[in-house]
Design a protein around this ligand. Structure first.
Ligand SMILES: C[S@@+](CC[C@H](N)C(=O)[O-])C[C@H]1O[C@@H](n2cnc3c(N)ncnc32)[C@H](O)[C@@H]1O
Length: 238
């Protein structure tokens, strides 16, 4: 099916298929390999296998060398740990809304020897951060499928795929600039499996513009997808 012709119901079904394929299961911790490293995930954590956006975004983010990096929704912790190990960031804060993801990120920071540089925190977007905490870069590989307003999250991994009415993304876009140090940059990802028109509208409602930095066409579990990395600029275009 061509991406433009997908209805919201088609996207919902596709999101549910990815929940089944990318969830790490609800029973025991598992491991996977990505970017030539081994990662451990606690039950319920999104496991970013080959072909996921995580694989590509992690290597193309223009990390702030020597700076402070905040990752919202760190999941298994691949990007947060890479930022400390290879991105040259002096400090990383990694947050997630699920306890399973926070535990997985902590575990992987220990496994890869960067636990002293990577702080983990359970938080709904910015809610639990100290009011004065500021960063040189804030990044979120967000959940790209819009769930209907009545959607109930019943499995942790659903948080990695669905966002009810793009409400969490709207909060991220409208608050992210308040979290930047002078000269800091705000980034967000999106991809063509989600509703690009809706997200453009959410950005406008949040008072920001999404400026495409880079993109890459891949295949995820049989679906053609183009991953996109955006810089979030304050203000809306005329
Ligand atoms: C697409 S996954 C990306 C995970 C990981 N960063 C990666 O690239 O593999 C989105 C992540 O955002 C988290 N998330 C969803 N809603 C959130 C919210 N309101 N606040 C914080 N994290 C959230 C999910 O639990 C999930 O780990």
């Amino acid at each position: 099916m061509n991406q433009e012709s997908r209805t919201s119901e088609d996207r919902y079904r596709l999101g549910m298929d990815l929940v089944e394929q990318l969830g790490s299961g609800e029973a025991v911790p598992t491991t996977f390999e990505l970017l030539d490293m081994e990662w451990e995930v606690l039950p319920g954590t999104y496991a970013p296998h080959r072909g996921t956006g995580t694989e590509w975004y992690t290597t193309v983010i223009p990390y702030p060398k020597g700076g402070r990096f905040l990752e919202i929704g760190s999941g298994a912790g691949v990007t947060a740990i890479w930022a400390a190990l290879h991105g040259g960031c002096s400090h990383v804060t990694a947050t997630d809304i699920t306890e399973a993801a926070v535990g997985s990120t902590s575990r992987n920071a220990e496994l890869h020897g960067v636990a002293d540089q990577v702080r983990t925190l359970r938080s709904d977007v910015f809610a639990e951060l100290d009011a004065e905490d500021r960063f040189d870069m804030v990044f979120w590989n967000c959940s790209v499928f819009e769930a209907p307003s009545e959607f109930e999250f019943t499995r942790d991994v659903e948080w990695a795929i669905f966002d009810r009415g793009y409400e969490a993304l709207g909060r991220y876009l409208s608050q992210v600039h308040d979290r930047l140090l002078p000269g800091g940059r705000a980034l967000v990802t999106f991809n063509t499996l989600g509703d690009v028109d809706r997200v453009t509208a959410v950005a406008a409602d949040s008072g920001v513009t999404l400026n495409l930095l880079d993109s890459s066409a891949r295949n995820l579990k049989g679906y053609d997808v183009t991953y996109k990395l955006f810089e979030i600029l304050p203000g809306t275009q005329e």
